[in-house]
Design a protein around this ligand. Structure first.
Ligand code: NAD
Ligand code: ZN
Ligand code: ZN
Length: 355
């Protein structure tokens, strides 16, 4: 089978890999779609030698890339009981030890038994291939009318945005501010409405992205990220600000916008990775009685819950996709994603199952 290898020099190379066979507790998934994530770009594609694992060596182990697969089970190993051949699944992107406290509450992402933790597309073969071998315990049922592209998006961005919003305790009737309207920010916009936000205000600095965001209809009001951004958000909210603000930009200025445009007693959720949070404390945080939350990906249960909610509402995450390419065109797909494509970039292998 074909699989995508990332040498870390801003290329994506399609190579031949043996088609794997499931061992005990494992299933073979024929990939229906596999997303390219910002972390694949930032930490592997552009030079993984700078991102070290615990052993001091690069965290990416030269495996088949891609941690956002969704597809159909075509073979099952011994001891597999919950899923079977023909079932469509989303793959939760990390296998943990299954025994530590975090794993037992569904947060394989925060497994504390590092030698037993492995992420698809980093330390074990991932989804940029025709087939991916996965542990049954990392499978999430793909429900309703959700497509494989929807599933690939839930596998990372939508799961992440769901968890970030849940931490803020967002509820009906509130105004939600989303800072940074990349794929994760757009997921927060869609899910914010699903969780009851009355209105979603988005802030974005890229005009091309703003144009794309408009075409999705996911954001009610879009504010350009310039020096007037906070004033413009306050004007849109009668001077009150937003009850909930989430940063999906991963930038210091973006986080400042979220803090400054939050309402008194508001909650600010940090979702974007990297860099620093820099803020004056008394007036900006204390005197506004703000709550800050932070979250990393989601749990197995969180991913199941958000999948069920999206399926029940007939919502399709794939609306945030701007480019779909064949697996063999991975190099072009990575180039587009690295250049800041308007929306999400997804790879689909030839002969992939459809639903
Ligand atoms: N918490 C987690 O577990 C988790 C999981 C996945 C991704 N992430 C992070 O979430 C963030 C978003 O992911 P993505 O794939 O959408 O990334 P992305 O880079 O595609 O999107 C970020 C967007 O923020 C915009 N932006 C930059 N500065 C801004 C500013 N000052 N104000 C407003 N907008 C600004 C950019 O133009 C871009 O459109 C990244 O930092 C990513 O690493 C976090
Ligand atoms: Zn991802
Ligand atoms: Zn664990």
């Amino acid at each position: 089978m074909h699989g995508v290898f990332l040498p870390g020099d801003e290329t994506a190379v399609v190579k031949e890999f043996p088609k794997p066979e499931p061992g005990p507790g494992q299933v073979l998934v024929q990939v229906g779609a596999s997303g390219i994530c910002g972390s694949d770009i930032g930490f592997i594609y552009r030079g993984y030698k700078t991102h070290k694992g615990l052993d001091g060596a690069p965290a990416y182990k030269g495996v088949v890339a891609g941690h956002e697969p969704s597809g159909r089970i075509v073979a099952a190993g011994t001891g597999v009981t919950r899923f079977g051949v023909g079932d469509d699944v989303i793959v939760y992107h990390i296998q943990g030890c299954g025994r530590c406290r975090n794993c037992r509450s569904g947060y394989f992402i925060s497994c504390t038994d590092q030698p037993h933790k492995a992420s698809y597309g980093w330390q074990r073969d991932g989804g940029h291939a025709e087939f991916v071998l996965v542990d049954e315990s990392t499978c999430i049922p793909l429900l309703g009318d959700l497509t494989f592209v929807d599933g690939a998006l839930i596998a990372c961005g939508f799961g992440t945005a769901y968890e970030g919003l849940r931490r803020t305790g967002i509820h009906g009737g509130e105004d939600l501010l989303v800072v940074g309207l990349g794929p994760v920010g757009l997921a927060a916009a869609m899910l914010g409405k699903l969780l009851g936000a009355r209105r979603v205000i988005g802030v974005e600095r890229s005009p091309e992205r703003i144009e794309f965001v408009r075409s999705t209809g996911l954001v009610d009001d879009i504010v350009l990220a310039d020096s007037d951004a906070v004033a413009n958000i306050l004007a849109l909210t009668d001077g009150v600000g937003c009850q909930v603000a989430v940063d999906c930009s991963g930038t210091t200025p973006g986080r400042s916008t979220a803090v400054e445009a939050a309402a008194e007693w508001g909650r600010v959720g940090l979702i974007g990775e990297g860099g620093r949070l820099e803020t004056e404390v008394s007036d900006a945080l204390l005197h506004k009685q703000l709550t800050l939350t932070a979250s990393w990906v989601t749990s197995l249960q969180g991913m199941e819950d958000v999948t069920r909610m999206l399926a029940a509402e007939g919502l399709h995450p794939e609306i945030v996709v701007s480019h779909t390419l064949g697996l063999l065109d991975a190099d072009e797909g990575y180039r587009l994603a690295a250049a800041g494509a308007e929306g999400k970039v997804v790879l689909i292998p030839d002969g992939a199952p459809v639903r």
